[in-house]
Design a protein around this ligand. Structure first.
Ligand SMILES: Nc1ncnc2c1ncn2[C@@H]1O[C@H](COP(=O)(O)OP(=O)(O)OP(=O)(O)O)[C@@H](O)[C@H]1O
Length: 729
């Protein structure tokens, strides 16, 4: 037989993460073999022992259903859902205006600049110096985007390579790198849309634009009339008409815009850009007195933002004709219609924040002096603190023993964004760089500082913290209501007022309870539940296995019982047979006894009569005469004589048809059949016949009843011969 070669090893191996399990006894699948009827001592099928140890040692894998194989990939996916990495995007500003393109690169070609969607500050005209600078700029790009759009290669300009022997650097791991020809809508789809969709589902998020001055942060965040930026595009999505049945129709959105700048380059201040430039203060991480404006549509929101941007501090610098001198923050808060009490209150605290940071500046490059220099210091300081917070978070995540540094205290912006900078809320970063050779150092500094941030993880505790926060809010609200009610109830002065107040309170309580019930119905403590679920799952699995094992053991017992029953039947039958046999034997014994008690002569005579009759009838039964004492094989020889051979005692009957049977020759030496004994035999037979005849006539067959008709002729003959001739026969 041809032997088969063993199967080839797979190229990849899937590592099973399931915990080790003991091998279980295979339950009996084939019914046990019934014993054959011939063997009464057939073995009963053995019953396997009850696998109680296996059942109790059942383990359920953590965070996975018991039957599911958890591969490394799926495990990493499940981890992603718990903690996700900080998304860092990179956008490269176009180097030169493309011919026929709608894009502008303001600084390089002021004439081609499109009018911003937001009102422009007339004081920020491009200067002659800027024009000169733009002429100087060459067209060499120092940033190359990889094919997969997740990494970039930063190549130093030739003079730097030669003088300082600086080599090209590759920065990888970006969520996406937008090349210079990427459009605003492309950036929105890949980067901001997920944030907006999450925001609409009730998850807060923040997008911060970081980069050197003039690299396109403001362009990306706000854009222009032709190329609306992330804020207008997000607003378009948020105010996109929703289906009538959608709960979104009952939602309200509030906008707040403020900036953090340095007053005369020294003390930080917060300005509300939606009001008349009112100064605000910060308490812990909350801004006191910040105005929120309810917006109903995109147009209203854009108008509000346009007005706010007019108030934003900008100034002309060597690097950017309209350089932002402050950190601008836009908050879009999702609220609910007061009539829609069924909706969860979590949405009230859902905020989408978009931060346009002022671009870091190099003094040498911008040539700032006086106030601009002070602003520049403030901008650089804030950017540095922002970076320090993220670096500290990264280090803390790498080495949890290392305490998280409280860098956030060093600037208002970082204080405000504390939750994001401590990894408690989800944040996305967009880095912008200018690709010109003269911008190499700026780009290199930014990439070196910010590229490690993509390793930062955000633990998705927001939902839980929101829940807890809301629960706490609810509890405080509920507790706050109690004294108020008592207070009102104790007023006896005005019965009507008191009644109204009580009714109002009752209504509030009922409403609160209704909201609370709706909110917490499905929000029982998650950890506790997961533990309980695990236990229940294990118990369930154990019970299931127990039932299976019990069933298989019962089945085995049932089979065994069947086999035993069939064996009992066989034994009973055998017993019956034995009984009948013993009865028969007893009968036979009786017969023999009675036979023995008969007179010897009578018996012998009757036996001889019987034997003689049998003998005669056998000899004359056919045309051919042959010996019928035993099974014989008659053979006709050439002289038409029949040779009949006895297989047991070698007797040959030699006779011719028509001749007398007395010519039979018995040739068996054992039977005295030798030829020389032939005469003796013949004589004996003649005597026998004559005795038979005489007995027939003399005894009137009186002794025949002693002979059992059922006796075999051989036995009879043997018996007769023994009686006649003694033990010789
Ligand atoms: N992707 C782009 N496509 C076309 N033009 C761009 C792009 N990015 C930037 N620009 C242009 O470059 C100029 C500078 O951009 P922007 O003001 O956005 O820079 P910035 O990073 O905000 O600078 P600062 O930090 O000084 O405020 C603007 O005129 C803008 O129109």
């Amino acid at each position: 037989m041809e032997s088969k070669s063993p199967p080839r090893c797979p190229s990849s191996v899937t590592v099973r993460r399931n915990p080790y399990r003991k091998a279980r006894a295979t339950p009996l699948t084939n019914p046990p073999q019934l014993p054959s009827h011939s063997t009464s001592s057939s073995k009963l099928p053995p019953i396997s022992s009850f696998p109680i140890q296996d059942i109790l040692s059942e383990e359920i894998p953590q965070n996975a259903p018991p039957t599911v194989t958890v591969t490394a990939a799926s495990q990493s996916r499940s981890q992603d859902s718990i903690a996700e990495n900080l998304r860092v995007y990179l956008r490269i500003r176009p180097l030169v205006p493309l011919k026929g393109s709608t894009k502008n690169v303001g600084d390089q070609n002021p004439s081609s600049r499109t009018k911003n969607v937001w009102p422009q500050n007339p004081s920020k005209k491009d200067s002659v110096r800027e024009k000169k600078n733009s002429k100087k700029k060459n067209n060499e790009s120092c940033v190359t985007v990889s094919e997969d759009c997740h990494s970039v290669t930063l190549s130093p300009p030739l003079p730097l390579q030669e003088s300082k022997r600086i080599k090209s650097e590759v920065y990888e791991g970006f969520s996406y790198v937008f090349s210079a020809d990427s459009t605003q809508s492309e950036v929105y789809e890949k980067m901001v849309n997920p944030l907006v969709e999450d925001f609409l589902k009730g998850k807060s998020g923040m997008l911060a634009a970081l980069g050197p001055t003039g690299s396109g942060k403001t362009h990306t965040v706000f854009g222009s009339a032709r190329e609306p930026g992330m804020v207008p595009l997000a607003l378009q999505r948020i105010f996109k008409p929703a289906p009538a049945c959608s709960s979104q129709s009952s939602r309200r959105f509030y906008l707040s815009i403020f900036e953090i700048c340095a007053e005369r380059g020294k003390a930080e201040r917060i300005c509300d850009l939606t009001s008349d430039g009112q100064d605000l203060s910060m308490q812990q991480s909350a801004i006191k007195g910040l105005q929120e404006v309810l917006v109903h549509d995109v147009a209203g929101a854009e108008q509000l933002i346009g007005r706010a941007l007019l108030k934003r501090s900008t100034a002309m610098t060597n690097a950017n004709s309209q350089s932002s001198r402050s950190q601008c923050i836009i908050n879009i808060r999702r609220g609910i219609d007061s009539s829609d009490a069924e909706t969860d209150e979590q949405s009230n605290s859902t905020v989408l924040s978009i931060v346009d940071l002022a671009g870091a500046e190099r003094e040498k490059r911008t040539g700032s002096q006086g106030t601009r220099l002070a602003e520049s210091n403030f901008i650089n300081n804030t950017s540095m603190v922002f970076g320090l917070c993220l670096r500290s978070l990264l280090e803390h995540q790498k080495k949890p023993k290392k305490a998280l540094q409280k860098h956030f205290q060093n600037s208002l912006l970082t204080r405000y964004l504390r939750d994001y900078l401590e990894g408690k809320k989800r944040m996305t970063l967009i880095l912008t760089v200018k690709p010109g050779e003269e911008d190499y150092l700026d780009a290199s500094y930014l990439l070196r500082q910010a590229s490690p941030f993509m390793k930062i993880k955000f633990t998705n505790i927001e939902a839980q913290s929101n829940l807890l926060c809301n629960k706490r809010q609810f509890q405080t609200t509920f507790r706050a209501e109690q004294p108020k009610r008592i207070k009102l109830g104790s007023r006896d002065a005005s019965m009507i007022e008191g009644k109204i107040a009580r009714d109002e309170n009752r209504l509030h309580d009922e409403e609160d309870l209704r909201i609370c019930n709706a909110k917490f119905k499905n929000c029982t403590p998650l950890n506790l539940n997961s533990d309980n679920l695990m236990k229940r799952e294990r118990n369930h699995q154990i019970m299931q296995n127990f039932a299976k094992a019990l069933w298989s053991v019962l089945k085995q017992h049932n089979e065994k019982l069947k086999v035993a029953e069939s064996e009992i039947q066989i034994l009973k039958e055998n017993l019956r047979n034995e009984k009948t046999r013993s009865i028969e034997m007893e009968k036979e014994l009786n017969n023999l006894r009675s036979f023995c008690t008969c007179s010897k002569e009578n018996s012998v005579a009757s036996t001889i009569v019987k034997v003689g009759e049998n003998f005669e009838s056998t000899v004359h039964s056919e045309g051919h005469t042959f010996c019928s004492f035993d099974e014989t094989k008659p053979v006709l020889d050439s002289s038409n004589r029949i040779n009949s051979e006895c297989s047991s005692c070698l007797r040959i009957c030699d006779s011719t048809p028509g001749e007398d049977h007395r010519n039979v020759k018995v040739l068996s030496p054992n039977c005295n059949c030798s030829p020389e004994n032939g005469d003796l035999v013949r004589r004996q037979q003649q005597d026998m016949s004559s005795q038979i005849l005489s007995h027939k006539t003399s005894s009137n067959l009186s002794g025949l009843e002693c002979i059992d008709d059922k006796q075999e002729p051989d036995a009879l003959v043997g018996m007769t011969l023994r009686l006649l001739f003694g033990e010789k026969f």
